[in-house]
Design a protein around this ligand. Structure first.
Ligand code: CTP
Length: 413
């Protein structure tokens, strides 16, 4: 399975001889399922043409901060928001110096300043330049800010010298990008995620359903897997590629989703219910395709089981997270769901007016018993990672509270 499936990688290329390796890197990233957009500094275009990168990435290449046509199509702030990960390879000594000083005088440095996505930098330069205290200080500053350094490697250099400063090979950079997104914070923790819509058939060819794409749930499953959890994804019918290293259980109806989730709910530690489960289904399913009649028809609907509420009501429930899609009174409705279904957390989003279901982007308001946090508009991949951060923090807090509770309550008078 592809390790970077559906990941949006913004590849920054700066002006060094190693820029030729970025062509191969672009291909390798796409082989792993990533969507790649390339931003080049003007100096980089002296070493390799934007046309090459455009052909390999399948997307227009961005070079200018003040290019009116490009800004109209996808402006630099949009590009910064679009990215799930920003990788600069090769990064010259000059670019590293500008990044360390927070400069924003070209498109790539402006993007690096404007993005909330993780930033990975693969240096490439002459070994003296790399070892110069100025470069070393700049690199240390970047690392202190949480920027990940990929390499450099040591060996023969294009300038004829030998030493540290070579760009890593593309087949070393790709696993490093995959590994950089991984942590072991949820090692040993079992996470179950439900995702996608359900279909409630009224006859063999027609069903009731909704517009859910499943993207948010799949992104949450991927983020949990990247945090080291063992993940089961119970998925309604969607057109998404299954995330790498995630066990997918495919279901169609709410009843099937109910059975699959409940079968494993007792043995999981965290349940994240991102599925848009149909609330109602037809009381009867016609065995044959229903024929058109002259008059209208009425469907008699019954409620489907509330899977999330049932999981939360188990004797020893997992840490339970629900989603709430609201068109109005977001905070009030979300808090009501939290209390009514006895959940540990609710992630609420506004739907309608182009937001939510079919969109690539979203914004979430996250509520728990004694707190809340807003996650501003971002790609669903990035939001999923941010949501998982909150879940991990609350889950850890809850499990440590429980382990500090005395096993036997002593009654004293
Ligand atoms: N859910 C569920 N089983 C159902 C219905 C919903 O597990 N039969 C879960 C969803 O996965 C989601 C949450 O419950 O996590 C949504 O709660 P719900 O009260 O159904 O929200 P809405 O469908 O938005 O309800 P309402 O129309 O009342 O706002």
């Amino acid at each position: 399975m592809k390790s970077l499936a559906n990941q949006r990688i913004l590849l920054g290329i700066t002006g060094g001889i190693a820029a030729y390796k970025s062509a191969e890197l672009t291909r390798r990233l796409r082989d792993q399922g990533a969507e790649v957009r390339v931003v080049m500094t003007p100096a980089a275009t002296e070493f390799i043409t934007p046309l090459t990168l455009q052909a390999l990435s399948g997307n227009p290449v961005h070079t200018d901060l003040l290019d009116h046509a490009a800004e109209a199509a996808m402006g630099h702030i949009e590009l910064a928001r679009w990215a799930d990960t920003v990788v600069v390879a090769p990064a010259t000594a000059n670019f590293i110096a500008r990044l360390s000083n927070g400069m924003a005088d070209d498109l790539l440095s402006a993007l690096c300043l404007a993005t909330a996505a993780p930033l990975l930098v693969a240096p490439a330069m002459n070994q003296q330049m790399w070892q110069n205290p100025a470069t070393q200080e700049n690199v240390a500053r970047l690392q202190a800010r949480g920027i990940t350094l990929l390499g450099p490697a040591s060996g023969d250099q294009a300038c004829g010298e030998t030493g540290p400063g070579r760009l890593l090979e593309p087949d070393e950079i790709v696993p490093a990008i995959i590994a950089a997104g991984r942590t072991s914070r949820l090692a040993g923790v079992k996470v179950m995620v439900s995702a996608g819509p359900t279909r409630e058939f009224i006859d063999p060819v027609r069903y009731l359903s909704n517009r859910s794409s499943g993207r948010m749930g799949y992104a949450v499953a991927r983020a949990a897997e990247q945090s080291g959890a063992s993940v089961t994804l119970v998925s309604g019918p969607v057109t998404l590629a299954p995330p790498a290293r995630v066990r997918v259980v495919e279901v169609v109806s709410a009843a099937q989703m109910h059975d699959s989730v409940l079968a494993e709910a007792r043995s999981c530690d965290i349940f994240i219910s991102a599925a848009a489960v149909a609330d109602y289904r037809s009381r009867e399913k016609a065995p044959q395709k229903m024929k058109k009649r002259d008059a209208g028809i009425s469907l008699s609907l019954e409620k489907t089981p509330d899977i999330l509420a049932e999981v939360a009501a188990l004797a020893n429930p997992p840490f339970t997270v629900g989603f709430a899609a609201e068109t109005e009174n977001l905070a009030r409705n979300a808090k009501q769901k939290l209390a009514k279904k006895n959940l540990d957390m609710v992630a609420a989003n506004r739907v309608g007016d182009g937001l939510g279901f079919d969109s690539d982007r979203n914004a979430l308001e996250v509520y728990w018993r004694d707190g809340s946090q807003s996650l501003g508009t971002a790609s669903k991949e990035l939001l999923a990672r941010q949501l998982l951060e909150i879940i991990v923090a609350r889950y850890r807090e809850q499990t440590s509270e429980q382990s500090h509770k005395p096993a036997v309550t002593e009654v004293s008078d």
